[in-house]
Design a protein around this ligand. Structure first.
Ligand code: HEC
Length: 120
């Protein structure tokens, strides 16, 4: 019993430390369209809970562009590398996609976003 309490506290503490080590500010511009929780309600973009490792166009509640649906049908997965490229130039990666957000040219800003999106 005591072991489980200690384990739970350690687990909670490591989660908090991870959240603190990410620059959560980086996600501010994304918030208008995306949520990182499942209960945020409908937004103009898909929810991004656990997006790293998820298939492209993987939010069942969201109606994606043909470009992203084609990528999903091809079996594309959101690896860290793919996300990094997508955020760096969305249009180059999936031409005709509907994400109307400017490319993020700064590698540090993209690394911050990957941290927020997927932890370490
Ligand atoms: C103006 C609204 C808007 C903003 C701002 C925005 N997005 Fe998006 N995003 C979208 C839309 C719409 C889609 C779906 C695109 C499609 O279907 O082609 C999308 C798709 C995505 C996807 C793919 C999700 C999936 O399920 O395949 C990721 C990842 C993503 N956005 C990350 C971000 C990040 C990170 C930011 C902030 C830097 C951001 N977006 C800012 C509207 C937005």
């Amino acid at each position: 019993m005591r072991f489980w309490i200690v384990a739970a506290v350690l687990f909670a503490a490591s989660g908090a430390a991870r959240a603190q080590s990410c620059n959560v500010q980086a996600f501010e511009p994304c918030k208008a369209c995306h949520a990182l929780t499942r209960d945020a309600g409908q937004k103009p973009g898909p929810q991004l809970v656990g997006v790293i490792g998820r298939p492209v166009a993987g939010d069942p509640a969201f109606d994606y562009s043909p470009a992203l649906r084609a990528a999903r049908d091809k079996g594309d997965i959101w690896t860290r590398e793919r996300l990094d490229l997508f955020l760096g130039d969305t249009e180059a990666m999936y031409p005709g996609g509907w994400m109307g957000s400017p490319p993020i040219r700064d590698a540090k800003a993209r690394a911050d976003l990957l941290c927020v999106l997927g932890g370490p």
